[in-house]
Design a protein around this ligand. Structure first.
Ligand code: ATP
Ligand code: MG
Ligand code: MG
Length: 379
């Protein structure tokens, strides 16, 4: 078998490696961390930074194709690799996803509504902000994730103080919108333009971090679900995207669908696909990068995914202790995925639990029982 490479050694890279290996590929990971979750399950682990020319050359020599799992991998590294082998997604797509200003401009170009916003890179732009954007959320244009690099501001004074607090880096101010729900759609697009999608996922965030994803008919109004799938496809096609792309949306109180942001890779909100779909988002990633056919994935079970954050390891005090997996796994249709991270830390993504069932009610019921055992608040 050929070797497939991934830039980034986190859990997304690990689950990509599992999917690639199941299909007979060898895997290579580039990540500086010796204990990275993906590096530890791969055939090759290139332990350099993402800008290290020698590391990139070594990866290029090992691999037949390369993908990425790390949100902030420099586009230049992808472009460098693309000189000698197929790289998906392309550096240009990843660069847009890494910059909230470029990302929003792309949404506007595609005709997909996003929150009203202003780009703030200078004191003059700060002073010129329209009052209609307040209250709002000031977000650093680059490097934010899990709600980091974001400050909620109600007044112009708070906005100015917030921009100082963020170090006066390039930011986007977004109007705070009244959210009824959040959802996301994962699409996979091949080099030949074929595009398929996973069903619309309904997401619950807590403290800016994904907590629960629910996927079954009726979890969102049908009209919004259709609209979200169409919007996600147009965002991908507008980028001439190749690979797996997640598009996050808000559904507003008035029913309006608004795009939030994109992630140029498999996404936490698509992890249920490992157990509830006949093709997972990681297999889609493998198929995209190897030009294998993209077939429309079929959902065979109603499903709920619970994120397992490091906090669950500390319910008994200061010393980390594994949660009661034996009790959780005694429930029907529970599938445990742990990322092999060396130590548990609060707010750190340690794993997820996929729950599958014949009906939405059963999936929810089992998920609530599992949540109660684990100490996850009901939803
Ligand atoms: P991720 O880990 O998903 O990449 P992130 O740090 O990029 O997160 P966002 O997705 O921009 O952050 O925002 C995190 C959460 O904050 C959203 O899921 C939503 O709950 C809330 N939020 C963000 N922007 C807005 C907005 N304009 N109006 C209301 N709520 C918002
Ligand atoms: Mg984000
Ligand atoms: Mg987000």
């Amino acid at each position: 078998g050929a070797t497939l490479g991934v830039l980034g050694g986190g859990q997304l890279g690990r689950m990509f490696a599992h999917a690639a290996q199941a299909m007979g590929y060898f895997t290579a990971v580039l990540d500086p961390d010796a204990t990275s979750p993906a590096g530890r399950v791969s055939h090759h682990h290139v332990r350099t930074g993402y800008e290290d020319a020698q590391g990139l050359a070594e990866l290029a020599t090992l691999c037949a194709a390369v993908t990425t799992e790390f949100e902030n991998v420099p586009a230049a590294a992808l472009n460098r690799l693309a000189e000698s082998l197929p790289v998906s997604p392309a550096g240009a797509s990843v660069a847009i996803a890494q910059d909230r200003a470029a990302e929003k401009a792309h949404f506007v170009k595609c005709g997909v509504p996003c929150a009203p916003y202003a780009v703030i890179e200078t004191a003059a732009q700060l002073a010129a902000v329209n009052d209609a954007l307040l209250p709002g959320i000031l977000k650093t244009a680059r490097m934010g994730y899990d709600g980091k690099g974001q400050i909620r501001v109600k007044t112009r004074a708070e906005l100015a103080a917030g921009w100082d607090e963020l170090g006066q880096v390039a930011c986007v101010l977004e109007k705070m919108l009244p959210l009824a729900h959040e959802c996301s759609v994962i699409v996979a697009r091949g080099r030949n333009g074929d595009i398929v999608n996973l069903p619309v996922q309904r997401n619950l965030h807590r403290d800016g971090i994904l907590a629960v994803t629910e996927v079954y008919a009726g979890n969102l109004p049908a009209a919004q679900a259709e609209q979200a799938i169409a919007a996600a496809k147009s965002v991908a096609i507008g980028l001439d995207y190749v690979g797996v792309l997640c598009v996050e949306f808000f559904v507003l109180d008035n029913g309006q669908l608004v795009v939030n942001e994109i992630a140029p890779r498999p996404h936490n909100s698509g992890h249920y696909s490992q157990n509830a779909m006949d093709v997972s988002q990681f297999e889609l990633q493998v198929r995209c990068m190897t030009n294998l056919p993209l077939v429309q994935p079929r959902q065979h079970s109603a499903t709920v995914m619970l994120n397992l954050l490091g906090d669950l390891w500390f319910t008994q005090g200061e010393t980390a202790k594994s949660p009661a997996w034996d009790q959780v796994l005694a429930l029907p249709g529970t599938h445990l995925h742990l990322y092999g991270k060396v130590d548990a830390k609060r707010a750190r993504k340690m794993g997820h639990l996929n729950i599958t069932a014949a009906t939405p009610d059963q999936a929810r019921d089992t998920a609530l029982q599992a949540a109660a055992i684990l100490g996850i608040a009901p939803f």
